[in-house]
Write a protein that binds this ligand. Sequence first.
Ligand SMILES: [Zn+2]
Length: 344
Amino acid sequence: MTTNKPTDLVKDWPTFFRNMGVPEEALTGKHAECPLPGCHWKNGFRTAIKNKPGVWVCAGCSNSAYSNPLEFIKRFNDFSTYAEAANFIRNQLGGTAQVSPRPPVHKPDPATEKEAFEREVQKRAWIYDKLAIAVTEGDPVWKYLKRRIPELLEIPKEIRYMPKAQYWDKVDGVMKMLGEYPAMLVRGMDSEDRCVQLHTTFLTPDGFKAPVDNPKKVKTSIGSSSFCYRLSDLREDGVLGLAEGIETSTKCAVRFGHTVWACHSNTVLANFVLPEWVLHRLSKVIIYADNDGWRRRPDGTFWNPGVTKARELAERLRKVKLPSGQRLKVQISYTARIGDFVDV
Ligand SMILES: [Zn+2]
């Protein structure tokens, strides 16, 4: 038999995923903890969806959008290319299946694509500028951050308070507005200083996480795989810390006394690109790696998502040349205990 896609060769996706090592709880068709490295969103993941073979969705790492099985296989096994994921399928099926190359995908006109991108950037910037205000003592964001990081004296200026944020989520497969909550809003900037992402943490008036399935949400991706929450400006010392979460980064900034930017997740962190203007003021980068614990790959080697991705980034940043002609100094800081710096 000849087919264009290796994923067409799989007849029974739950069994395929099970054999790959996906925990049984994640394969029931009901909401479960996301099994993907670096996500583990509680009750945010679903696969084995009726009439959608192999399709999966996660509130954390697929922005609540349906995603395809190849993407899942790639992320679950930490493959760097789809080709590897496709090969994995063929190997799992015994290497007997014949696969012909995929036909070229129709690409939309670049000018139209650029325009749509710009429009989405404007939209995100507008929400951040117009619907959110500075955090002040006693508001829900202030209470939330003081609870997570008691030693915090000054709220980073990029963190804003949105008094009324609409919470949308899927109910029986349809997106619905389920309520309005106070929220913490932070913007994600790409290396060209464009606002490509917004991170919302839905709260209660008392500064706890709102009683919703997914209190932390980001907007549907507009195709930027590298962005960063630049919580505060670079200081005189030129030291730039990088971590995953907003709370972790804020805590590291307080504890270690330099600027720390949040890179959202280990995948986005690994893709981080330094903005050109930063290079002129930079003396050193310190990556604060989350410790996600070590796990086994299908080939028998071990990896730790937070640590592995931090090392990937370090390796790439060490090749960066500063305007002075020197190579950038990059250091990784680890926590011995499983977790991230906000918990230890
Ligand atoms: Zn996930």
